[in-house]
Design a protein around this ligand. Structure first.
Ligand SMILES: NC(=O)c1ccc[n+]([C@@H]2O[C@H](COP(=O)([O-])OP(=O)(O)OC[C@H]3O[C@@H](n4cnc5c(N)ncnc54)[C@H](O)[C@@H]3O)[C@@H](O)[C@H]2O)c1
Length: 441
């Protein structure tokens, strides 16, 4: 008996979901789902990991519920497709609380049952990284289109397996590439496209903040992030981001030298218990990009912030430089560049920061996670463009692996050439997918 509402067997917990799935038990064949069904006016989405930080705040609250409240995703020609989230997780009580709070009818602790529902189109995964691959494999086998948090897997071998399985099953696939949707990085994209920089030759990325150890101030990140055995580590967490940011804005990564390290060796977990922090919590890397651009990336959970934002990139080019963060962007063109002279004998009172000019807000940028959700749903429903697939996610995981290898060996590692990488993305980004789009309204 369900401990929450006492009405349904312990396999199911949500209210509408079990009825619907029982109703569909005798559904003739999943293949019928591939045909256009004009009455199919909503996209069913399993949200697995919804009780977590990312799953709840960015994906459910800021993306899916916001989309639902606005009447769904707008498609070409102004039509809309509504979405239907089905919450999945391990803890019935937490799922029920979220469902009640947000007036959601469907939730379950039984992933297999949710996957067996043919009216569900997309499987989304924001579980902790080490739990992702088995669940994604099941979802592919169930014929669902897949959208997942990064990293899609812990190893390149697992990524390759997921790519093969997804392509063989003909399901569309996507990986969260949220940083590209940030206002600051979108302004950077415009600066690049406008030719502002001339020839770009250097990128400096500074990411990080102080994550409390958990003893006298509670840690602001989950403890698994600091345990290698649970899939933690700043390299596997952040290098997938750096890979897609660098390759989409500047050029693909040709080589990496990195030093990953655990600066804080003991932390205190959510239960107040001390544990050994076995995963790297800082990494200092030099990457060479296509076109000879040198990128330096500092990533640290042990740094006290002396920056405007928690993530900033400085980009230097022959005709101008820019510093962008999550939101802001400042530029200094060649013609407005001051001429400092080095003289340690004279105190320099020049305010160098005042030499930079703000890039004004000319567009309203929405939440980046939501924007990518909308792109992915359009991709599923009407073959809209969405380049950030498992292959892109796999390149990120590979960069993280090579960075760790570099750190262990102390050497600079070449990134192997990637046969599919240089192919221009197809307009609909779905060349490998043979599964028909979900029917639109
Ligand atoms: N795109 C981004 O900017 C971004 C930022 C942070 C995290 N992430 C990614 O999102 C994923 C989730 O991260 P998070 O910070 O939300 O983590 P979290 O610890 O807050 O949430 C983890 C979720 O996984 C579930 N889970 C399933 N099996 C579990 C197990 N055996 N042990 C613990 N939890 C289990 C939990 O119930 C919870 O819902 C990770 O893969 C992480 O890399 C992405």
């Amino acid at each position: 008996m369900n401990p929450i509402d006492g009405t349904i067997g312990d396999q199911y917990a949500g209210k509408r979901f079990p009825d619907r799935s029982q109703l569909l038990l005798g559904h003739p064949a999943r293949s019928t789902r591939k045909t256009v069904n004009v009455s199919h006016n909503e996209v069913g989405i399993i949200v697995n990991g919804v009780t977590g930080r990312m799953g709840y705040r960015q994906h459910l609250l800021r993306s899916l519920l916001a989309i639902r409240e606005d009447g769904g995703v707008e498609l070409a020609g102004g039509r809309r497709v509504q979405i239907r989230p089905v919450l999945v997780g391990r803890n019935a009580e937490k799922l029920n609380d979220i469902a009640v709070k947000h007036d959601l009818a469907e939730w379950t602790t039984d992933l297999d049952a949710a996957l067996a529902d043919p009216s569900i189109d997309i499987y989304f995964d924001s579980q902790l990284t080490s739990a992702r691959v088995p669940a994604v494999k099941k979802a592919i086998a169930a014929g669902k289109h897949i959208y997942a948090e990064k990293p899609i897997a812990e190893t390149s071998a697992e990524c390759q397996e997921l790519i093969t399985l997804a392509e063989r099953a003909g399901v569309k696939n996507g990986v969260v590439h949220d940083k590209l949707y940030l206002p600051g990085l979108r302004k950077l994209r415009s600066l690049i496209d406008s030719g502002f920089f001339g020839r770009i030759f250097a990128v400096r990325g500074e990411f990080g903040y102080w994550v409390f150890e958990g003893d006298w101030v509670p840690a602001q990140r989950p403890s698994w992030n600091y345990r290698a055995e649970d899939g933690g580590g700043i390299v596997s967490d952040m290098f997938p981001h750096w890979n897609y940011v660098l390759e989409n804005l500047f050029g693909s990564v040709q080589s990496v030298y990195a030093r990953a390290i655990t600066h804080i060796e003991q932390r205190v977990d959510e239960q107040g218990k001390p544990y050994a922090a076995t995963a790297d919590d800082a990494a200092y890397a030099v990457l060479e990009l296509d076109g000879g651009i040198i990128a330096q990336m500092n990533s640290s959970w042990d740094v006290r912030v002396h920056r405007k934002e928690l993530l900033e990139f400085q980009v230097d080019g022959t005709h101008g430089s820019a510093v962008v963060g999550l939101f802001g962007a400042e530029v200094q063109p060649r013609v407005a560049t001051p001429r400092p002279t080095w003289n340690p004998d004279v105190k320099d009172d020049h305010d160098y920061l005042s030499d930079w000019q703000q890039v004004p807000e000319t567009t309203e940028f929405g939440n980046g996670f939501r924007a990518q959700w909308e792109d992915f749903i359009r991709h599923v429903v009407e073959d809209g463009p969405h380049r950030y697939d498992f292959r892109s996610g796999a390149r990120g995981v590979r960069l993280a692996e090579l960075a760790l290898q570099s750190s262990t060996t102390g050497s600079r590692i070449e990134v192997p050439a990637d046969a599919d990488h240089d192919q221009p993305a197809t307009q609909n980004g779905a060349a490998a997918s043979s599964k028909p789009a979900v029917a639109a309204v």
